[in-house]
Design a protein around this ligand. Structure first.
Ligand SMILES: N[C@@H](CCC(=O)N[C@@H](CS)C(=O)NCC(=O)O)C(=O)O
Length: 338
C-alpha cells in the first residue's frame, strides 16, 4: 500500500505536470500568430475603437506592447470585448491570453478566480458623477439617492460600504453593460452614476452634453487597475508583467517612441542591458534581444501612452495624479530591468 506521503507527493507531481502541460501560453500565441486580448466593450481612453475602427487606449497599449514584443508587430492582436461580468470566464476558459480591461486587483479575485495580476497600470478610486443641476457638492449629500452602476464590478460592494458607513440610504439600479448604465443615467433614472473615477470621465463623453455633469471630489475606495493572466504559466505572467514594466521604465529613463532607436545605440552599461546589446534579458523572457525597443517603438513609454489616451490634453482630460512616476510625486513604480 502506498504511504500517505507518497500519495501526496504523487498528487502534487500530477498537479505540477498538469500545470506544466498547460503552461504554454507564449508558445500558443506564437504558433497562432495572434495575441488574444480581453478588453472592454468600449471605454474611451482605455479600450475603444478609434475613428478608423482600430482599438486604442491605455489598456490597448499593453496588448499592443505584448504583440510588439512577440511579433515585432503591434497589430497582431485579436481584441475580445468583454462586459465586467464575463471578463474572468473568458480568461479562465482560454478564450483570451490576457485580460487588459480596467480590472481592480483585490484579494478575493487573486485567490478565487485562478488568475494572477501582472501589475498595476492605473491607480484609481471609485467616485460619483451627478448632473450639475442637482446642486450636490459632495457624495455625502447623496442620502436617499438612486445610484446607477454596472454589475460584476467592485463598485457594487464599495457603494454599499460607503452608504452604510455614513448611515445613508440609497437605491441601486444595476445593469450588465456600461451602455445601459449610461442610458439609464442620461434618461434620469438615477441621481448618480458610480464607477471608478477614470471610467466616469470616459462614460461622461458618451452623454449628450458632458459639460452638464460633474464628477464629485470624494474617492470612496482604492481601485488599482491592471492586467491579469491565468494561473499556472509563470513564464507568460513574466512576459505580460515586464512589457508593462518596460513601458514604465522607459518613461523614467527618458526613452520615447521618437528617440528609442537612437537610445538603442547608447553605450551606457544600463542601456546596453536594456536594449540587449549586452547580456540576454530579452531571451530570459522567452523573447528576442530587442524586446524593449520593439515595445517602445510601438506604444511609446507609459507617460506618452497616458497623455495620448487619458491625460490632460486628451478628450478625457485626466490629471496624472497618482499615476505620475514615483520620481515625480506619484506612485507609478516599476522594478528595474537588470
Ligand atoms: N475596476 C472595477 C470596475 C471595472 C468596470 O467594468 N467598470 C465599468 C464602469 S462603467 C466599465 O468599464 N465598463 C465598460 C464595459 O463593460 O465595456 C472592477 O474591476 O470591477
Amino acid at each position: 500500500m502506498k504511504s500517505a506521503t507518497l500519495m501526496l507527493t504523487l498528487a502534487i507531481a500530477a498537479a505540477w505536470s498538469a500545470q506544466g502541460a498547460s503552461a504554454q501560453t507564449l508558445k500558443t500565441v506564437k504558433d497562432r500568430g495572434l495575441l488574444s486580448c480581453g478588453v472592454t466593450q468600449g471605454l474611451p481612453g482605455f479600450s475603444a475603437p478609434d475613428d478608423r475602427g482600430n482599438w486604442a487606449g491605455l489598456d490597448v497599449d499593453l496588448c499592443r506592447g505584448i504583440a510588439a514584443a512577440i511579433f515585432n508587430d503591434a497589430t497582431k492582436v485579436k481584441y475580445v470585448p468583454l462586459s465586467a461580468k464575463d471578463r474572468f470566464t473568458a480568461l479562465q476558459s482560454g478564450e483570451i491570453d490576457v485580460l487588459s480591461r480596467n480590472t481592480t486587483w483585490t484579494l478575493s479575485r487573486d485567490t478565487s478566480l485562478g488568475v494572477n495580476f501582472a501589475g498595476i497600470n492605473y491607480y484609481d478610486g471609485q467616485g460619483f458623477m451627478v448632473r450639475k443641476s442637482l446642486k450636490v457638492n459632495s457624495a455625502l449629500e447623496l442620502n436617499s439617492a438612486t445610484v446607477c452602476l454596472q454589475t460584476g464590478t467592485t463598485n457594487e460592494q464599495n457603494l454599499a460600504d460607503f452608504f452604510k458607513g455614513n448611515n445613508m440610504k440609497y437605491e441601486v439600479v444595476a445593469f450588465s453593460t456600461a451602455d445601459e448604465v449610461v442610458k439609464a443615467y442620461e434618461s434620469g433614472r438615477c441621481d448618480a452614476f458610480t464607477a471608478d473615477i477614470s471610467q466616469l470621465y470616459a462614460e461622461r463623453l458618451k452623454l449628450t452634453t458632458p459639460a452638464e455633469h460633474e464628477v464629485l471630489p470624494q474617492v470612496i475606495s482604492k481601485e488599482p487597475l491592471g492586467p491579469l493572466v491565468r494561473h499556472g504559466d509563470d513564464q507568460w505572467l513574466d512576459v505580460v508583467r515586464w512589457v508593462l514594466f518596460a513601458q514604465i521604465n522607459a518613461e523614467e529613463l527618458g526613452i520615447t517612441q521618437k528617440n528609442v532607436d537612437e537610445q538603442a545605440k547608447s553605450d551606457k552599461p544600463e542601456l546596453k542591458r536594456i536594449f540587449g546589446t549586452d547580456g540576454s534579458l530579452g531571451e530570459q523572457l522567452g523573447l528576442t534581444k530587442d524586446w524593449f525597443q520593439r515595445i517602445i517603438k510601438a506604444t511609446g513609454n507609459y507617460g506618452e501612452s497616458f497623455e495620448r489616451h487619458v491625460g490632460a490634453s486628451s478628450k478625457l482630460g485626466i490629471a496624472r495624479g497618482l499615476n505620475q512616476l514615483w520620481s515625480k510625486g506619484g506612485i507609478m513604480f516599476a522594478p528595474p530591468i537588470r
